[in-house]
Every structure is written in structure tokens, then in C-alpha cells.
Design a protein around this ligand. Sequence first.
Ligand SMILES: *Cc1c(COP(=O)(O)O)cnc(C)c1O
Length: 363
Amino acid sequence: MRPILLNPGPVSLSEGVRRAIARVDLCHREPEYFELQDSVIQGLLDVYQRDAAAWAAVLIGGSGTSALEAMIASLVPHDARVLVLENGVYGERLSRIASIHGIHNQALSAAWGEPVDLAALDDLLAKGKFSHVLAVHHETTTGRLNPLDKIAALCSAHGAALLLDAVSSFGAEDIPFGEPSLQAVAATANKCLHGIPGLAMVICRRESLAQDIEPRSLCLHLQDWAAQQAKQSTPYTPPVNGLLGLAQALQELERQGGWQARRSRYLELAGRVARTCEDLGVRQWLPAEESSCVLRSYHLPEGLTYNELHDGLKQQGFVIYAGQGKLAAQLFRISTMGEISNYDMARLEQALREVIAGEEKLR
Ligand SMILES: *Cc1c(COP(=O)(O)O)cnc(C)c1O
């Protein structure tokens, strides 16, 4: 039986996507490829019903971090003053990207897993010192869903541009695209969209893309990718098979009822895992209402190391995920993204009972 991936991407693929990625060999300078590229770009805009006159979806070869780096390096002007919201690994990564590119930045930091201090954000923005805010939507470090509606509204109220890491939320959580502050959103094919790794994207306002900004990078310069893709071209070799997979994955998402239906499905699965864990005395790291639909963190069960839990579940065909950095000794994570059937979920519940309760019996 194929393993079920419960790590936060890459995800278990549907049979349709698995077939699509190997469907045909395509040269990226032929019309067949450009048809595919156009359809993926349109499909990405359609996920949140973005009008192509106002918004661009720009494809980039690389992981989610490439999309983040392309977004920040390409869309933040050289005289910008950036505020970064940090409450986990990914917020800290945004600061690092800004610093590497010589962008003036300051962090509003909370401990990993703690909420963003909205009053402090309001205060800092009110002083008018920041032109841009970088934020993570779903902080995958702990599963915390940051209150994007409130963050975006504060940015709009104070005239700051918001650039968003939605790498682990695009396709499954609500994104307030109507907020004028929201300028750009970075995402990846291989998380909530259910495609394969290697293809990332930035969905951004055309006015943001039209800024005249001296390039900070050659192959991550978003304006180049966008300009070429707009005229049925590509600056470099794109991940062709990633596009084949994503085209299929986007069709499946639409057929299944779009991001709202995906959110409901993820919530149902996350709830089932949480209830099973609760039955077994395993506590959630964060309250469910502060967590994303995508991933939940749990305290490691007493008397069980992460490796024992991981290996026991892997033997039964499930790949879970460790905590990052200092959280590695304290928590484990289960993501319910990807193609997970009700049958897979029933097997997972059984496996959790065996590995966690079985160990208890041994003590
Ligand atoms: C997965 C993830 C990323 C990027 O990961 P890559 O390994 O570069 O694909 C960035 N931000 C968040 C919130 C993520 O969950």
C-alpha cells in the first residue's frame, strides 16, 4: 500500500494527478506547453475568483521559499521600510529573506505558537514608519492560523502594503483579496492545491508588478517571469511536469467545490485526528479555533519519543512530521492535506490507537 503523507507537503496525490504528471513529454517552447501554462495561470486566478485585469498569477520554478524570495526581492522597493510579523519558523524566514536582499526590516516578534500582537501592530503602523508588512497566514511551525483579516485591515487603514506567505493556506483558507493592502500572495503547488513539488507561484496585483524596481536577483525576478508568461513564453525551463500535475489538481479542486469545500474536508479530517488523540490523552498544542484547517500540533504522548511514534505509524503506512527546532522534543504535527480517503482516515485512527495506547500497555 502506498504511504499516506501527513507532513505539511508534499502531499499524497490523487490518481488523476499521478497520471497527469507523466501523461506526455512536452517541450517548453512549443504551443502545447503554452496552452498548458495559460490554463494553469487562469486556474490559479480562479481559485479565489481574481480578475485577470487587476491580478497576475506568476509561475516560478522552485519550492515555496522561491516564491517568497521572488515576491519580496521583486516587489519591495529599495527605499521601503518593512515590518515582519514573526511567530514561528516561517515568519523568521521572511525576515531573513529581507535581510539577505538588503531590505531595511524590523520584526514584531512573538514566541513560536503565540498570537501576533495586533495592538502593537496597530501602534507601529500608526507611527507611519513602515511602508510594507510581511506576514505568514498559516504558521506551519505550530498550526496557528494568523488573523489575516485583521492584519490586512490594519495595513489598509494605515496605508501599508501587505505581502503574504500563504504557502500552506492557499487553496484551503479564506484570503481577503478585497483588502487594498493585500498586494501579493506567495503559494506552492504541493500543499493545499495537491500538485507536486517544484512549482511555486505569486498571485499579485498588476500595479505591484508594474513598479520599476531594480532587480535584486536574476532568476527570481518576478517581473521577468510575468512578462514572458504574459506573451506565451518563459524565461527559463519551467517544471513542465509540475504544471501538468497542477492543471489536473486545479480541475479536481474546482470539481470538488473549490477552496471552501477543501477547507470543510480538511476540518473534518483534522477534527477526527484530534478526537482520536484526545481519547488517547494526547493534547492539542493550540486550541482548535486558533488552528488552521490544514495542520494541528500535539504534545508528544507521555513515555513515547517522537521517533517511536513516527516509526510505529510509518510501519502502518503513515508519515507524520516532527516539531521544528526547539519544539522537536515537545510536539509532533499531523497535516490532513492531500488525497486522504475516509478509509485512510479510519486506518490512521486505528494506527494511532495501536501505537499510542499499545505503548502505554508496555509500561
Ligand atoms: C512549506 C512552507 C514554506 C515553504 O516551504 P518550501 O520547503 O520552500 O516549499 C513557506 N512558508 C510556509 C508557511 C510553509 O508552510
